[in-house]
Design a protein around this ligand. Sequence first.
Ligand SMILES: Nc1ncnc2c1ncn2[C@@H]1O[C@H](COP(=O)(O)OP(=O)(O)OP(=O)(O)O)[C@@H](O)[C@H]1O
Length: 390
Amino acid sequence: MPRLLIIEDEDAIRRVLKKILLDEEHNYDIDEAEDGLKGVDLIKKNNYDLVLCDIKMPKMDGLEVLSVCQKLNPELPVIMISGHGDLETAVETMRMGAFDYISKPPDLNRLLNTVRIALDHTQLALENKQLKKKVSRQFEMVGKSEELGRIKSMIDKVAPTEARVLITGQNGTGKELVAHWLHEKSERNKGPFIEVNCAAIPSELIESELFGHVKGAFTSANKDRAGKFEAANGGTIFLDEIGDMSLSAQAKVLRALQENRVQRVGSDKDIKVDVRVIAATNKDLKEEISEKRFREDLYHRLAVIIIHVPSLKDRRADIPELIQHFTEKIAKEQGTKPKVFDPEAISLMEKHNWTGNIRELRNVVERLIILGDHKITKEDVKTFVQIKRT
Ligand SMILES: Nc1ncnc2c1ncn2[C@@H]1O[C@H](COP(=O)(O)OP(=O)(O)OP(=O)(O)O)[C@@H](O)[C@H]1O
């Protein structure tokens, strides 16, 4: 039930507003306050979805109420009620962040419309927040190891800058998660995050994938197509497995980095792009350079900051939390109650000779959950994981 607050010193106006709103929607739960001070007090105590607030009031006027609201909850929409002579102030309140204003005496349709739009807006903001939380949970970086702590603080430092980042580490260590957070915690987070797995794209297609092509550029190019760099404009492009990129594509990426311009395959027209590049590799790029498989100039452009994500083997302190995390995730996927790992079972898992890929740990947890009883014991671990002590 939407909760509304009307702050208005004139009794008659308060009554009219309340009546109009309740006639339209019996479901509104409406509180009233006859001055700004009482209004602010109620806002502090309750969770409102919308506030209607008069501008001229004794004790505390509408402008002050609005500025307190903005501090307490910037997402709470405040609709100002303006009387004769304070239209200019009403416009000023919009600049300050009021959702809208209505004039006295209130016009029925305008009032109802404004309230409806403001409440939809609150609902949308709430859904957005929940969606964001869900997405953040999907990309949660779980673990208590010092190594992971260092990575997280690097992300916090580097993300807000425009610096290019090279993320190194073997497969399945969480490089993609790092890239995701570098984008999320940057100013570009409202822009797109485009991921390209360079190893998964055949070398003859990589240039067209990254830079797009024009019709007729090659046999199957039957229409113009934008590439990933253009798609990432205003955001971040994540070039995963960059060590697998062909030398000719590397040359074009280098140009894109130097000039912030790309050319679609088959065209000589420059297209300006504003993209932050984050790259990742499981290869030793220094070795690739010495073998002439990777351009040194590109390496230096990409590796302004290097974040190395150690193998799970080198950050075993993360294992207990990861087990818990995957147990809860799997239970949710299966619609069951999470099973419980015995502390001895966890300790045995910590010592297992893992490949270092976190996906392997997840698979093992899933296997134990499927095959074990409600409580996963040390014996289950010995039977189902084939523990080799390190
Ligand atoms: N710290 C962590 N907490 C929770 N899940 C994690 C963590 N690190 C990695 N994962 C999960 O492990 C899987 C592999 O992670 P990710 O894809 O980020 O690794 P990667 O190094 O990019 O792997 P690849 O090189 O194979 O692409 C993903 O499902 C990811 O969600």
